[in-house]
Design a protein around this ligand. Structure first.
Ligand code: PAN
Ligand code: ZN
Length: 189
């Protein structure tokens, strides 16, 4: 049997994926993610802006199937730290993922779960990032426009936010003299 949602239209101007289930994350949903707690609380006291939206399609279920989602991450900063996604490990740890950059300018921060080793990789149009299994991943927008990307992952991957909610990523991407600079979290918080 051929799954019904086998073809879907992307609209990069609107950042939409036809038929996708939409999840929105606002500033209040990212408590504990940014290094500068004071800047976070001050911003939240003024406003609770939309940080990102993911439109997910799950055409079929089962361990040999794929799911995919279109992410749209807004430009901006909390203090000196660029807007970012929560980040996660896959609940099924061996599950890898392919990210396809479509629009905007940013990075993916990867962190190997076992060694804690970090990699910062560019994510923009015409760039494909392979996220191996057992690797925490977070998207960061360092540009002035929304960062738009597609993530494709095993249907059985699942999202584990819990592990990172307590310890967070070790590295932080902040703006320094107009440039993104990757620092140890302990050096900025
Ligand atoms: C992506 C992410 C998306 C949002 O589709 O889910 O970028 O990030 P968070 O899930 O960390 O909030 C993905 O990696 N899926 O597996
Ligand atoms: Zn993922």
């Amino acid at each position: 049997m051929i799954a019904e949602a086998i073809v879907s239209r992307l609209n990069l101007d609107q950042g939409s994926l036809a038929g996708g289930a939409v999840t929105e994350r606002h500033l209040a949903d990212l408590k504990g993610c940014f290094a500068d707690e004071r800047a976070y609380r001050a911003m939240l006291a003024r406003d609770n802006p939309l940080l990102y939206r993911v439109s997910s399609l799950e055409p079929a279920h089962g361990e040999d199937q794929l799911h995919y989602g279109l992410g749209v991450l807004m430009p901006g900063k909390v203090g000196r730290e660029y807007f970012l996604t929560k980040g996660h490990l896959h609940a099924w740890r061996p599950a890898a993922e392919v990210y396809v950059g479509l629009r905007g300018d940013g990075f993916m921060l990867l962190e190997d779960e076992a060694s804690g080793e970090s990699r910062l990789l560019p994510l923009r149009a015409n760039t494909v990032v392979y996220v191996p299994g057992h690797t925490a991943h977070r998207t960061i927008n360092t540009g002035r426009e929304p960062l738009v990307y597609l993530g494709i992952y095993p249907a059985a991957a699942g999202h584990d936010y819990g592990a990172l909610a307590t310890r967070n990523f070790r590295k932080v991407l902040i703006e320094q003299d107009g440039q993104p600079v990757l620092l140890e979290r302990s050096a900025v918080s």
